[in-house]
Write a protein that binds this ligand. Structure first.
Ligand SMILES: *[C@@H]1O[C@H](CO)[C@@H](O)[C@H](O)[C@H]1NC(C)=O
Ligand SMILES: *[C@@H]1O[C@H](CO)[C@@H](O)[C@H](O)[C@H]1NC(C)=O
Ligand SMILES: *[C@@H]1O[C@H](CO)[C@@H](O)[C@H](O)[C@H]1NC(C)=O
Length: 187
């Protein structure tokens, strides 16, 4: 669903972008400023969230099993953390994604002269920011339950390749056992 709506939004933005004269230096200035503006908003939100999460200091224990990354042979990983660290790790993920995106966009735009992606990435990340679970909890003050219950579900159009994190006791026990026997091999 989420990915389908993103795709529709991208197609819509591309249609608008085609109407814009992106070669025109005046238009280009606005597109660049728009991109910078969006990335700055995301960075500011990241720092705000990190500050808020630390201030809240919710150290409620959170245990779950992290499924293996798709297309890898890694074993499942038992994770024991707390709400504060979990949320901070999600903010860090967003921050990292954004910085990598900016680096990639610099190459795309300044080296290969693409401008359309710049335009798309001025708008799409705002929607993704809005649907980010940590943003919903700490910026919009939504309760961390239902769709926002930690650990967060993975949303993807490749959903069938992504297993969801598991929180039942049996799975956690099994993963801890497996990781212990796996750990011995590494020693
Ligand atoms: C957060 O809470 C933990 C225990 O609940 C405490 O040990 C720690 O000092 C607190 N940290 C801050 C920054 O308040
Ligand atoms: C990008 O545009 C600049 C200026 O318009 C031009 O000099 C350069 O050759 C272009 N680079 C590519 C890879 O098309
Ligand atoms: C994940 O998908 C569900 C159902 O499609 C949706 O309600 C939820 O907002 C999505 N969450 C994120 C973070 O995209």
């Amino acid at each position: 669903m989420e990915q389908a709506s993103n795709l529709l939004i991208v197609l819509g933005i591309v249609q608008v972008a085609r109407k814009l004269d992106l070669e025109n230096p005046d238009v280009l200035v606005y597109v660049r400023l728009g991109y910078l503006f969006t990335q700055t908003i995301i960075l500011v939100v990241c720092f705000y969230l990190a500050t808020k999460i630390k201030a809240k200091n919710d150290t409620t224990t959170l245990k779950y099993v992290e499924p293996p990354k798709p297309f890898t042979n890694e074993p499942e990983k038992p994770i024991e953390t707390n709400n504060r660290d979990y949320d901070l790790s999600k903010v860090q993920e967003l921050l990292k994604q954004t910085l990598i995106g900016v680096a990639f966009m610099c190459v795309l735009h300044f080296y290969w002269n693409f401008t359309q992606p710049l335009f798309i990435q001025s708008l799409l990340p705002l929607k993704n920011l809005y649907s980010n679970q940590v943003v919903k909890i700490h910026l919009f003050g939504k309760p961390a339950e239902g769709d926002l219950k930690r650990p967060f579900k993975v949303n993807s159009s490749f959903g069938q390749f992504f297993q969801q994190p598991q929180t039942d006791k049996a799975s956690i026990k099994k993963a801890i056992k497996a990781s212990r026997s796996g750990g011995k091999k590494d020693d």
